[in-house]
Write a protein that binds this ligand. Structure first.
Ligand SMILES: [Zn+2]
Length: 362
């Protein structure tokens, strides 16, 4: 669990406080001296506007900074750290569109034993590498089913091969065997958990298939009430097992992890589903306007309908509707507060800059 103060400038706070907890999480570099340090370096604190943050010593050196002689940040070797390797594994999984690379292969790629990688990956993202690859594959299948002439072609193209068992599983995960949301999710069990995050309280609710409800708010009680209103007939179960997903989202909101693509299970019209899927394709750190998104969907006239679909997104963060901004400038509205949207966009921009320092030769 993150215990840092809310707010996006956690790295700067860690530097000011010489916080040991973040020792291995990043280094900071000072533009005026060309030197980079551990967060805990005993040297005088630099001016905020001269500081740049890097995920690792190697990234700082790649940007032309030299290690500090006092705190010797190069001996931290965070590029060899498990979290950097987990990121590499994600990129590797994303690069393979026709199959899910096996754990053994992934481990060889990033230099971890299969079991160690499995453990670190789960710790960081809340799901296994296979589940991550499977979620990517499911998204590809959804897209392919729309454009391919046959189901078989779509299956081959997206890495399912001819396995009918896998196909059936995929169909149920696509929500094509619909849960009876119309009746308020009668007979459905929905687990949920609430935690403090850098953007306020975070409520995460999920079926067995994926996230069905993610909200941000000022206090836990109203969040819980909204959940009950949304699914009046469902059995709602507070569940600690969702902790992994909560932690994944909090790690992302704290700037420790890139945006996680988590499985979702949401009620949607065909149009909403199309818009929400398109939202999940927008890379973190970039934004589109409503009309750009409408054009992307091949429906340039549907800007207002697209805006409505964005505004009715039931799963904050997991479907990143915050990446849509108005043409006229500014960040625009957000169901969970414009200020939060602004913070999310700033966070993703920062992450993008940081991670580009680390990205593998793809
Ligand atoms: Zn130093």
């Amino acid at each position: 669990m993150m215990t840092s103060e809310p707010g996006l400038d956690w790295r700067w706070q860690a530097v000011l406080g010489r916080d040991r907890q973040y020792e291995a999480c990043f280094v900071y570099a000072v533009a005026s001296t060309g030197i980079y340090c551990r967060p805990t370096c005993p040297s005088r604190r630099p001016r905020r506007d001269r500081v740049r943050f890097f995920a690792s010593a190697i990234a700082a050196e790649a940007a032309g900074f030299r290690p500090c002689k006092r705190c010797q940040p190069q001996s931290l070797h965070p590029a060899d750290s498990p979290s950097a390797k987990v990121l590499l594994a994600c990129r590797y999984l994303e690069a393979h569109r026709d199959r899910i690379p096996a754990l053994q292969e992934l481990g060889e790629q990033v230099g971890l034993s299969p079991s160690h990688l499995q453990r670190q990956f789960k710790k960081a993202l809340g799901i296994s590498p296979y589940q991550y690859g499977d979620a990517l594959r499911r998204d590809r299948l959804k897209q392919a089913l729309k454009s391919c002439s046959s189901v078989t072609a779509a299956l081959y193209e997206t890495g399912y091969g001819s396995s009918s068992r896998l196909y059936e599983t995929a169909l149920s995960q696509l929500g094509m065997t619909p849960m009876n949301y119309q009746q308020g999710a009668k007979d459905q069990t929905i687990s949920y958990a609430i935690a403090r995050s850098p953007l306020g309280y975070l409520l995460v609710a999920a079926t067995e298939v994926g996230l069905c409800h993610v909200r941000l708010g000022e206090a836990p009680d109203p969040l819980e009430q909204e959940l009950r209103q949304e699914f009046p007939a469902a059995t709602l179960q507070p569940q600690a097992e969702l902790q992994a997903w909560i932690e994944t989202l909090i790690d992302y909101l704290s700037g420790n992890q890139p945006w996680p693509q988590l499985p979702v299970d949401v009620k949607a019209t065909a149009f909403q589903r199309q818009v929400w899927e398109a939202l999940r394709q927008i890379p973190a750190g970039t934004t589109l306007t409503y009309s750009q998104l409408a054009e992307k969907l091949g429906q340039p006239q549907a800007t207002r309908a697209v805006a409505r679909a964005c505004a009715t997104n039931p799963v904050a963060l997991a479907i990143p509707c915050h990446r849509i901004v108005p043409k006229s400038g500014g960040v625009g509205g957000y169901r969970w507060g414009a200020e939060r949207k602004q913070q999310l966009l700033a966070l993703e921009k920062l992450e993008k800059t940081d991670n580009s320092q680390l990205s593998p030769k793809a």
